[in-house]
Design a protein around this ligand. Structure first.
Ligand SMILES: *[C@@H]1O[C@H](CO)[C@@H](O)[C@H](O)[C@H]1NC(C)=O
Ligand SMILES: *[C@@H]1O[C@H](CO)[C@@H](O)[C@H](O)[C@H]1NC(C)=O
Length: 227
């Protein structure tokens, strides 16, 4: 079963000709989904502490399962505050390009989850050394709307479609329910002689390889078509 994922990852490696030195990791995130918030703090944050983030081109697309109603208004799974939260996240990343710049801010915002509270957002901005005013202005204005629209377009045109959030895609290949093993996935993408020490810290590679859950057959055939 683990071999299936390994094969997918190797296919992904071949497909990722653009920047062979970095592995693309994209998290399809939803501001208030509890597992997304946990994913950011427990799975992604450690990658910034153990040095693996240097090998990753990380993107977070904040929208999640939000859908448009008949009038074209966005309906967010956890209510209107989540819609604001997604706009704040998308604006924060847009205004502070470079994952090392925006990640601490996104981590703080997702940790707090208090997107409807201006003071809480200001506190995160202050802690991350950035200006909250411009982020909130973006989130409340046309730019925030446009960014979320782009996130909407991207999220809902994924092939195969995302089935839940957090949804993690590594070099265009979804990890399905092995999202927690993104570190192992990134390590497997790297040439064996160019893996940072973090790749050899328990539980990589033996335990993780045998623990990775199989991807669904339907997805395998679709991904093969993409590759
Ligand atoms: C808003 O956030 C601040 C800072 O975290 C907190 O002290 C305050 O209690 C919050 N207000 C509400 C109404 O939750
Ligand atoms: C999103 O998709 C719609 C429909 O294809 C398109 O009209 C719109 O320009 C796109 N918006 C963004 C911001 O990508």
């Amino acid at each position: 079963m683990a071999f299936k994922l390994l094969a997918l990852l190797l296919l992904g490696l071949c497909a990722a000709a653009a920047d062979a030195s970095k592995t693309k990791v994209t998290l399809y995130d939803e501001a208030l989904c509890p597992f997304c918030r946990k994913y950011v703090s427990e799975v992604l944050a450690p990658l910034f502490e153990n040095g693996l983030s240097d090998y990753i081109d990380l993107r977070i697309v904040a929208l999640g399962n939000a859908r448009k109603d008949e009038e074209g208004e966005l309906v967010c799974q956890h209510g209107p505050v989540e819609c604001i939260g997604n706009r704040i996240l998308d604006c924060a990343m847009d205004l502070h390009p470079g994952q090392d710049n925006w990640f601490p801010l996104v981590l703080c915002l997702e940790d707090s989850g208090d997107f409807g509270n201006r003071t809480a957002v200001e506190e995160c901005a202050w802690r991350s050394g950035v200006d909250a005013g411009s982020i909130l202005e973006c989130a409340e204005g046309p730019r925030g709307k446009e960014l979320v629209e782009a996130a909407y377009n991207e999220t809902w045109s994924l092939v195969p479609e995302h089935r839940w959030v957090p949804w993690v895609v590594v070099n265009d290949l979804p990890l399905f329910d092995a999202g927690d093993y993104v570190q192992a996935a990134v390590c497997l993408m790297l040439p064996e002689d160019n893996r940072p020490d973090a790749c050899y810290v328990d539980p990589f590679p033996d335990m993780v390889l045998s623990d990775i859950t199989p991807v669904q057959p339907r997805a395998v055939s679709q991904e093969t078509v993409i590759v």
